[in-house]
Design a protein around this ligand. Sequence first.
Ligand code: UDX
Length: 482
Amino acid sequence: MHNRSPLPHVFVFPLPLQGPVNCMLKLAELLSLQNIRITFLNTQHIQQRLLSCTDHKSHFKRYANLRFETVPDGLPEDNPRTGDQIPNLLASMEIVAAPIFREMLTVGAYGPDSEAPVTCIIADGIFTFAPGVAGEIGVPLLYFDTISPCGLWAYLCLPKLIEAGEVPFKDDNMDELIMNAPGMEGIIRRRDLPSFCRAKDLDDPLIKLVLREDEHIPLARGLIFNTFQELEAPILSQMRNICPNVYAIGPLHTHLKARLEAETTTSNSIWKEDMSCISWLDMQPLRSVVYVSIGSLVIITKEEFLELWHGLVNSGSRFLWVQRQGSVIGGDMVSETPVELAQGTKERGCIVSWAPQQEVLAHPAVGAFFTHSGWNSSLESIVEGKPMICWPYGVDQQVNSRYVEEVWKLGVDMKDMCDRVVIEKMVKEVMESRKDEFLERADHVAKLAKASVSEGGSSFRDLDRLIDDMKSMRIQATSGRN
Ligand code: UDX
């Protein structure tokens, strides 16, 4: 072992998807600002899309201590890496990327005997191969699960739910309350659990994947979350039973802005943002527009696509709709606007393929967010004080939409319903009949979010603690601990 104490060198390995990469890049910038050396491992696919869709190259030049490395993800270049391809991506990362990651940190450029040995690993919680590598080189592993803590807690409760016979569901009463998720009693019904809990039997591949993740999360030296204490205190205290060392440092995009001061941030989009929607918003009255986006992975049927379109037009509200390329099963959208929707869309709608979402949600013309309840989107809406109409699909989205409606009172949950009448009703409820109630509540929570990332705030303090902890991490004798 060396006798020199190497400078802190943190190796960041995100799940190669838009949501996770987005917030892990924000964390990497925050750590770089504190003179911590960062190596960020993107897949070649993600890195190429970031470089072609953003000013990534010029933006990150300012950080001399932040370096990007890339690995293949093992999938053909034309694989969409969304929807039902995600399990293939996860499997391929395990087979192709994990061995290269291990080689880099054991005998390669960042190994214990290299010029720049890694002193800490931050990895997505789904990478169950990470604890082994951390143990092999004797450095701490911090898991950063970029889904919501309330969503992850539902994942971690799966063994208890199976043992108690609550999963698989015994019958089709989806409103049955769940009794064996500590801290979620009286909140979560069967329909609010992550969608993999609807599996008919325990051989379901997603059930097995989550149970494996559950076994590995407690092996980490600490858990990082993109949330703030004032939003999820009950869940975070449950998390501390799994791993006492929890860092709640979000909303990360706002936290970075707060610490960058005058400097500008960059977009981390892997699609080209259509900035024309900002000029369109500039011409709309205050809080008159519903912003509609289903994130980067969800794929809907053509029927759902048309029901959504009818619901938006029939609501009479203005709408800015992201129709992401490839987000409708069976090829893309419809070749032209259906006649009965043309007038309403022309008068009140703006449609883009990808938007500068953080800028859109901050725009005064936006009055509400029709969202799939992905965690980054949810936090971005919360921090801008925009009420939500939630139409969850999978992953943690079912739990998030329930918390938005039932716990945080920041909007309505359209879960398991998708027809034009319900959509019209919910848009009118948030934009008209209950507008003031939601705006007042959303404004209050937005203030809590901004306070948490300001000096002295809970997220500000947790990030300082994380940085101090990283600066004191040294390579332990390879005792297999991590
Ligand atoms: C995935 C999962 O689906 C989600 O449930 C989980 O919480 C995180 O990983 P994704 O579906 O992409 O994320 O949703 P989300 O977490 O909301 O991330 C989407 C990101 O893309 C957001 O940061 C949003 O600002 C950005 N975005 C979305 C754009 O920049 N432009 C758009 O038009 C749409």
